[in-house]
Design a protein around this ligand. Structure first.
Ligand SMILES: Nc1nc2c(ncn2[C@@H]2O[C@H](COP(=O)(O)OP(=O)(O)OP(=O)(O)O)[C@@H](O)[C@H]2O)c(=O)[nH]1
Length: 595
């Protein structure tokens, strides 16, 4: 059993949370921990990751007995913060990150990206902890750099403790609203039922020993079975980034999570077309800072073993895709491995609708995350692809008539120059691009746009809709008998516009308004309370109409339905009253008119 445990690999940890809540500072603090406390050689700076060995953690926590308790070799922190790295680092059926930390600024509380992080973790079922950061900013907090939370907390005054408790339980309350039962880490007895929350300061290092301990505990408790690996097995990893490096050409930064990889090995890398089959030309790790006499930032190494972050230099890897699998192959396994890599890419089944927007993202993982978030918000998606925005994308979007769908939502991608050129032209005038490197911002911007469009449409509808109106022909104000009749009227309710038909109280439509004048000036409409001169075509005073008559604007049945059932609440009270009277006339003989 003990022998077997030797092959537990280092758990991979991602840091997530809202902008500016302190993800980078926390990672820097952890890196600092590794550098200051580690014996020479004990610290391993990886490509895209930092490894904190178990003995460094144990020393930091000040309890040597812990050394026997834990059997994982340490923790590997992915250096790129945010859920971008988390979603990029996918492995078959989930995320490659074994654990995550969600950072919340204790003074600011929950923000959109906090919730987005929690949703992503919930979806991937990744064990995680929450840290409430920046406790040193609490009024009158006395910092004790590097100490455990309980130790520094005990040294605060009761007032400061009171302020802390209030802010802390605010965060606990928010977590509860998101469906998590959570408590301060030292009060949690079962991490499977209760989410552990660690108060920290990324700046002073207070609470960092607790973060490391709780993470180790989680790894031990939940991951032991999934952390077994075969040192001699084929190397398996995920592309974190595809990068041009001076003197090396295109390289791929890979997080290896199983087996090992050597210089000269054949590897298969996922891309959009047929998988790339190539040979490792060099495996590289960052050069130690002391070795500045070398020109290159990287140092070649003969072999890497999981879990590790490594830069791979190899021929023909330009099309490699961030988030795609990298698997080592032998002549015997090559065909099988190619199939496996291909099917992993094909597994990213994105269900699309027949109508909807176009989504572009930089990696498979971010594309999946984006589609998930947008579907949750009921946005219809017609196409979802990895890659920059091309001329063809713009052409495709421009053929869509619905302005809410001739839209490209782009996450972390560029607009190609020829696509940009096309955007300037008339043919693409209807295409809109929403670009951002934060998913929820793209969603927000798109939702604002949709709202604006809907309001415009409503306004347009309201402008063409015939509204209720009622007026009385004033006594002694007949200026012309007919062709057209011109009479003085008072608007009793609603509005009367030019070119609308008018109706008698018995339901007969008798003529059309052909002009409105107020104090000798032509006006397009008259509203409640106004006394105006009105020209009515089609009637003769003394025949169809006479002084003191009350007339109504004739509302067609289709408009009446919209007024009564869709926008009744938006009408003024006199418009509502007038509509009620109008409907009563219409429904006297036909009870179902306009229903
Ligand atoms: N007082 C105090 N300031 C902090 C702490 N942690 C972070 N900060 C400050 O908060 C600001 C944002 O911190 P970052 O670590 O850059 O935050 P981030 O979450 O990585 O931000 P993005 O990378 O922009 O998402 C910086 O000015 C930090 O110095 C802390 O514990 N205490």
């Amino acid at each position: 059993m003990a022998e077997e445990n030797k092959n537990l690999r280092t758990p991979i940890v991602c840091v997530m949370g809202h902008v500016d809540h302190g993800k980078t500072t926390l990672l820097d603090q952890i890196r600092g921990t590794a550098i200051v406390k580690g014996e020479a050689g004990a610290i391993t700076q990886h490509i895209g990751a930092t490894e904190v060995p178990i003995d460094v953690i144990v020393e930091k926590c000040g309890d040597k007995r812990l050394a026997d308790k834990f059997i994982v070799p340490g923790l590997l922190f992915i250096d790129t913060p945010g859920h971008h790295a988390f979603t990029t680092l996918r492995s078959r059926g989930g995320s490659l990150a074994d654990l995550a930390i969600v950072v919340v600024d204790i003074n600011e509380g929950f923000k959109p990206q906090t919730i987005e992080s929690l949703n992503i973790l919930k979806r991937f079922k990744t064990p995680f902890i929450v840290v409430t950061n920046k406790i040193d900013r609490i009024l009158n907090w006395k910092s004790h750099p590097g100490e455990s939370f309980l130790s520094t907390y005990k040294k605060q005054t009761p007032e400061v403790q009171g302020i802390f408790e209030q802010k802390f339980y605010d965060v606990i309350g928010h977590l509860y609203e998101q469906g998590f039962s959570a408590d301060r880490f030292d009060r949690v007895t079962d991490f499977q039922k209760t989410l552990g929350v660690v108060p920290i300061s990324g700046l002073t290092g207070e609470g960092i020993p607790d973060v490391l301990m709780v993470l180790l505990g989680l790894a031990q408790r939940f991951l032991e079975s999934s952390l077994h690996y075969d040192v001699n097995g084929p190397g398996v990893g995920t592309v974190l980034e595809v990068k041009e490096e001076k003197g090396l050409g295109t390289t791929v930064d890979v997080i290896l999570y199983d087996g090992s990889l050597q210089k000269g090995d054949t590897i298969v890398i996922g891309c959009l077309g047929e998988p790339i089959v190539t040979k490792v030309r060099a495996l590289l790790k960052p050069r130690e800072l002391s070795e500045i006499r070398y020109e290159s930032k990287f140092q070649p190494i003969p072999k890497v073993t999981a879990a590790a972050g490594v830069k791979i230099s190899a021929p023909d890897i330009g099309d490699a895709l961030a988030g795609a699998p990298v698997i080592q192959a032998t002549p015997e396994t090559l065909d099988e491995v190619i199939e496996k890599v291909k099917s992993e890419i094909d597994d990213v089944q994105i269900q699309t609708d027949t109508d909807g927007v176009m989504i572009k993202a930089d990696t498979i993982g971010s594309l999946e995350a984006m589609v998930h978030e947008f579907k949750k918000a009921d946005v219809m998606i017609q196409k979802a692809e990895v890659g920059d925005i091309t001329k063809r994308d713009i052409m495709e979007a421009s053929t869509i008539n619905d302005p809410m769908h001739s839209v490209i939502l782009a996450f972390n991608v560029k607009v190609n120059p020829d696509a940009e050129e096309l955007m300037e032209q008339k043919v693409a005038h209807n295409v809109k691009i929403f670009k951002n490197d934060v998913i929820y911002r793209i969603l927000e911007e798109y939702q604002d746009f949709v709202k604006e469009q809907e309001e415009e449409l409503e306004q347009l509808q309201a402008d063409t809709l015939i509204k209720p109106g009622q007026f009385k022909i004033l006594p002694g104000c007949v200026f012309r008998q007919s062709k057209p009749a011109v009479v003085g009227v008072r608007i009793l309710g609603g509005v009367v516009k030019n070119n609308t038909e008018v109706m008698l109280p018995d339901g007969t439509v008798v003529g059309t308004v052909k002009g409105l004048e107020l104090s000798g000036k032509k006006i397009p409409k008259a509203t409640v309370g106004m006394e105006v001169a009105m020209a009515i075509d089609g009637v003769t005073v003394g025949r169809q109409i006479k002084e003191e008559d009350i007339l109504y604007v004739h509302i067609p049945e289709s408009d009446s339905k919209v007024l009564e059932f869709e926008i009744f609440d938006t009408l003024t009270s006199d418009e509502q009253e007038t509509l009620d009277k109008y409907l009563a006339i219409r429904r006297k003989d036909k009870p179902f008119w306009g229903k």
